[in-house]
Design a protein around this ligand. Structure first.
Ligand code: KIV
Length: 282
């Protein structure tokens, strides 16, 4: 049975922290689902982790639909949230509705996530009013990286902290079912968590949040050149993969692969017209 928002609510009510991880493809989603992760985010961080872009801005709705559908095919239990890409919801309510609709109808997501505070309240209201479950996202909002001037911790001043708290309340009031808090001071995240009745899902926002989200590549040691400070590597999958590839390539070069175990043989003699092939083995 797939996780529903009622199950998410139950986790919140029982004070059980909610783990959420990003996944962008069928196999990763299958593994996360089998690990019992209740929420999967098809993040637009896919731009960097899967497509090699500098930031999240180039990802398109078509990209998100395709990868969301793959993630949904890999899951039978997780609640799947799909990120709305940059400029797929900011320009108009009709853009937001149409593109969220595609993520649900074509991608099969259970919910969408979008970034922003007060300016997104009407968008959240319109989506929720049309039956779309919306996860909000405050603090470091990577789609605004050029405006923010980088990927630093947000809301460190009293004014910025008050704005973030007001935005959080307004997004909850507009109907968001959860709020991602990215790179905000732990004390502020704790206050937002206390104030809101919807779950907060933190990333670099301390331990008081109701849940934690991490990027697949950071968590598993697949980020080749850089791991953010807020991430902890639970495995060195990148090293395991590279070493396996090196060993395989060496076996090919040394003619140790394939062996007979990976090989099929003729079972009877065949006549090619110009030549007859004899089975190697009886
Ligand atoms: O795209 C993403 O991976 C995200 C998480 C960092 C929350 O939005």
């Amino acid at each position: 049975m797939r996780t529903t928002l009622r199950d998410v609510r139950r986790l919140l009510d029982s004070s059980e922290p909610i783990p959420m991880v990003t996944a962008y493809d069928y196999t990763s989603a299958l593994l996360a689902d089998r690990a019992g992760i209740p929420m999967i985010l098809v993040g637009d961080s896919m731009a960097q982790t899967m497509l090699g872009f500098e930031d999240t801005l180039p990802v398109t709705v078509d990209d998100m639909v395709r990868h969301t559908a793959a993630v949904v095919r890999g899951t039978s239990r997780a609640f799947v949230v799909a990120d709305m890409p940059f400029m797929s919801y900011q320009a108009s309510l009709s853009d937001a509705l149409r593109n969220a609709g595609r993520l649900l109808k074509e991608g099969g997501a259970q919910a969408v996530k979008l970034e922003g505070g007060a300016s997104m309240v009407e968008t959240v209201r319109a989506l929720v009013g049309s039956g779309v479950a919306v996860m909000a996202h405050l603090g470091l909002t990577p789609q605004s990286v050029h405006q923010l001037g980088g990927y630093g911790v947000q809301a460190r001043t009293a004014a910025a902290a008050r704005t973030l708290l007001d935005d959080a309340r307004a997004l909850e009031e507009a109907g968001a079912f959860a709020l991602v808090l990215e790179l905000v001071p732990a004390e502020l995240a704790a206050e937002v968590t206390e104030e809101l009745s919807i779950p907060t899902i933190g990333i670099g926002a301390g331990e008081a949040c109701d849940g934690q989200v991490q990027v697949w590549h950071d968590l598993l040691g697949l980020s080749v050149d850089f791991t953010p400070r807020h991430a902890k590597r639970y495995a060195e999958v990148g090293t395991v993969v590279r070493e396996a590839l090196e060993r395989w390539a060496e076996d090919v070069r040394e003619r140790r692969f394939p062996t007979d175990q990976q090989t099929s043989h003729l079972t009877e003699r065949i006549d090619l017209g110009t030549k007859t092939l004899e089975p190697d083995r009886e």
